[in-house]
Design a protein around this ligand. Structure first.
Ligand SMILES: *[C@@H]1O[C@H](CO)[C@@H](O)[C@H](O)[C@H]1NC(C)=O
Ligand SMILES: *[C@@H]1O[C@H](CO)[C@@H](O)[C@H](O)[C@H]1NC(C)=O
Ligand SMILES: *[C@@H]1O[C@H](CO)[C@@H](O)[C@H](O)[C@H]1NC(C)=O
Ligand SMILES: *[C@@H]1O[C@H](CO)[C@@H](O)[C@H](O)[C@H]1NC(C)=O
Ligand SMILES: *[C@@H]1O[C@H](CO)[C@@H](O)[C@H](O)[C@H]1NC(C)=O
Ligand SMILES: *[C@@H]1O[C@H](CO)[C@@H](O)[C@H](O)[C@H]1NC(C)=O
Ligand SMILES: *[C@@H]1O[C@H](CO)[C@@H](O)[C@H](O)[C@H]1NC(C)=O
Ligand SMILES: *[C@@H]1O[C@H](CO)[C@@H](O)[C@H](O)[C@H]1NC(C)=O
Ligand SMILES: *[C@@H]1O[C@H](CO)[C@@H](O)[C@H](O)[C@H]1NC(C)=O
Length: 337
């Protein structure tokens, strides 16, 4: 059938074009110069693996721009990246994520800029943000997509390390790509604990308040970290260490690419490897370090005592009271008493 000869098809096609709104439609993987995201709109990676939009963590009343697995992959909303960790909004419908001055930028209810990718202004009109199936949000020049990214979320992780991302050091701009825990389940702002590459050796360190080191993986010998012997039994993660003139980092892939897995620097101070179990619809804790919560530095604060056998783990000596009862019961123990 020749379309041009059929008078019924043209009006139908025109109707379809008018019904496309100049907004991100559900399902698109790109925010381009003429589109924006607000309210319940989201972008979804091309293969429907990751989704990006406003979310509300735990019992918080604040909204953040975050990334989570698409619901067909992981049914429990699991945040793997947060943009505006320290600058939430309260009304997602009047806030807007869009391209502005060559950057991806978030404007709050008063149309004030509260988060941005912070690149020095580029004149390119075709900058766009694309959400990849690997969970990397890439800002690129849409007129030349094969050039290296202008900015990517993999360089600015929150508490989660996804397969394919790097955790390490850039020798060019001295940037340390580290995982930093959330403050609490309700607050994704940078918390007390961080996992980072030792600048002097090929090993990971966990820090409390970025200054006191309380765990080390031991050096990488090409196969395992020396103080993590259980890695010998590892049959799911393919780790590799790269060190050259420009950067040093670890990265990993999954031997079975259909397995959904991630590392999280947990708000309790442990680094955790979790894999999604589709049969139980829950995350399965595959591995964590330090082994027990009581080995986390200052977990119970200045005078608390930690008891690995009790739940909750922290206890106050007789005569002391928890300093902040609210925090204490929401399990932020390191406030002391
Ligand atoms: C948005 O911009 C893109 C690229 O410049 C263009 O292809 C598309 O037609 C535009 N969409 C609308 C709704 O204006
Ligand atoms: C939210 O509040 C409810 C009731 O107070 C509590 O049971 C739940 O654990 C809280 N969730 C988070 C993530 O804090
Ligand atoms: C938007 O952000 C600005 C700057 O942080 C702040 O002063 C203003 O109160 C915010 N608007 C709303 C409605 O929260
Ligand atoms: C962007 O720059 C401002 C001012 O230097 C800074 O406060 C903010 O944290 C930066 N944002 C990001 C996402 O790096
Ligand atoms: C790395 O080496 C430098 C110089 O010897 C030292 O000052 C620094 O503390 C070391 N860093 C760590 C994390 O050990
Ligand atoms: C493991 O990762 C390395 C480096 O990325 C890669 O060359 C190798 O093919 C991977 N091995 C398997 C079995 O996937
Ligand atoms: C280091 O960076 C420079 C400049 O971007 C590049 O030409 C070179 O190939 C890089 N070297 C390695 C080992 O990646
Ligand atoms: C990969 O994992 C899936 C479950 O996630 C399983 O069904 C499949 O058999 C695995 N493939 C291999 C080659 O082990
Ligand atoms: C107790 O809490 C207050 C307010 O949060 C804080 O200023 C103080 O430093 C805390 N005391 C200790 C010993 O942590």
């Amino acid at each position: 059938m020749d379309v041009r000869n059929n008078p019924w098809i043209m009006p139908f096609v025109i109707f379809l074009c008018f019904s496309l709104k100049p907004h991100v439609s559900l399902g698109a993987d790109t925010i381009s110069a003429n589109s924006s995201l607000s309210g319940d709109q989201t972008v979804v990676s091309a293969g429907k693996v990751f989704e990006l939009g406003f979310f509300k963590p735990g019992n918080s009343s604040n909204y953040y721009i975050g990334m989570w697995y698409y619901r067909d992959k992981v049914s429990a909303q699991t945040i793997v990246w947060v943009a505006n960790r320290e600058t939430p909004v309260s009304d997602r419908f009047s806030s807007e994520l869009r391209i502005s001055d060559g950057n991806l930028a978030l404007f709050n209810e008063s149309k004030i800029l509260i988060w941005s990718t912070n690149l020095s202004s580029s004149s390119s009109r075709s900058v766009e943000a694309v959400l990849g199936n690997d969970g990397n949000l890439v800002l690129r020049d849409g007129s030349n997509p094969s050039l290296s990214p202008l900015w990517q979320s993999f360089d600015f992780p929150a508490d989660t390390w996804l397969p394919g991302a790097k955790v390490g050091l850039s020798k060019i701009n001295n940037r340390n790509t580290r995982l930093i825990s959330w403050k609490s389940k309700d607050n994704p702002a940078p918390g007390l604990f961080s996992l980072e590459l030792d600048p002097n050796q090929s090993q990971y360190l966990i820090f409390w308040k970025r200054s006191i080191q309380y765990w080390t993986s031991g050096e990488w010998n090409g196969q395992i970290f020396s103080l993590v012997p259980e890695m010998r039994l590892n049959y799911i993660y393919n780790f590799s260490y790269v060190s050259n003139d420009n950067e040093s980092y670890f990265t990993y892939s999954m031997y079975n690419s259909t397995v959904i897995s991630r590392f999280v620097m947990d708000d309790g101070g442990q680094i955790q490897q979790q894999t999604w179990s589709a049969s139980t619809n829950a995350w399965f804790l595959f591995w964590s370090q330090p082994k027990t919560q009581c080995e986390v530095y200052a977990y119970c604060g200045a005078f608390g005592s930690c008891n690995a056998k009790s739940q909750p783990f922290c206890d106050c000596p007789r005569g002391f009271n928890p300093n902040s009862t609210g925090d204490w019961y929401s399990e932020v123990f390191s406030g002391g008493m």
